[in-house]
Design a protein around this ligand. Structure first.
Ligand SMILES: *[C@@H]1O[C@H](CO)[C@@H](O)[C@H](O)[C@H]1NC(C)=O
Ligand SMILES: *[C@@H]1O[C@H](CO)[C@@H](O)[C@H](O)[C@H]1NC(C)=O
Ligand SMILES: *[C@@H]1O[C@H](CO)[C@@H](O)[C@H](O)[C@H]1NC(C)=O
Length: 181
């Protein structure tokens, strides 16, 4: 029997006399056989701020008058769809908030969980935290983590607005590149 296989047995028998051993506070784990992969996700994000069915609502404004919208915080539960039409097949939701955090050009501090509900990623979540300048052609935000199939995720999301209505509703195309196991 190789020594590696014997080790746990030896440890178990030596500690048996003192009752159940406390698990170690930290243990290194090697997953040599697990390879990281790069996934590309493409979908559309619908930020609906107007009407009765709004999916993004302002929740806080500064008590004093500030420049532009500085200090405004909006909470969202925005639908994510396969195609650009709002009626297109839903693939998830973007749940989080964006705060106007720039005194200069419009820029949001955007923090959101992208909760997927379709296909193999159903139930898995990507967490995005970054700076979103909505009037730029393409914005890049870091993917800082994830859960489910996206454990250990890191990567980036590219956001590109494809339409903005006079009432402020926006459709944004997302291309997300993410490394995960
Ligand atoms: C717990 O820690 C001890 C002392 O560092 C070490 O010998 C033992 O292998 C560890 N047990 C596990 C299960 O990692
Ligand atoms: C809100 O959603 C309901 C159900 O989908 C729909 O019938 C209604 O027309 C929508 N209202 C507005 C103002 O978009
Ligand atoms: C996604 O998972 C939920 C919960 O397990 C399940 O109810 C739902 O039917 C699944 N959706 C799809 C499209 O597979």
């Amino acid at each position: 029997m190789p020594l590696l296989l014997l080790l746990p047995l030896l440890l178990l028998s030596s500690s048996a006399t003192h009752g159940r051993p406390a698990p170690n506070f930290s243990t290194g784990i090697v997953h040599a056989q697990q390879k990281q992969k790069l996934s590309h996700l493409h979908f559309y994000f619908h930020d609906i701020v107007s009407g009765r069915n709004a999916t993004a609502v302002p929740v806080a404004k500064p008590s004093t008058q500030t420049r532009a919208l500085f200090g405004m915080i909006t909470v969202m539960d925005d639908p994510l769809t396969e195609g650009p039409e709002p009626t297109s097949k839903p693939v998830g939701r973007a749940q989080g908030a964006y705060a106007v955090a720039s005194l200069g050009e419009l820029a949001f501090l955007q923090a959101m969980n992208m909760v997927f509900t379709e296909g193999k990623y159903n139930g898995s979540v990507l967490t995005v935290l970054g700076r979103n300048t909505p009037f730029h052609e393409v914005r890049e935000m870091p993917v800082v983590g994830g859960s489910g199939l996206f454990r250990f995720a890191r990567g980036y999301a590219l956001a590109h607005t494809i339409s903005l209505s006079s009432s402020g509703d926006a459709v944004v195309e997302y291309n997300v590149y993410v490394m995960h196991y």
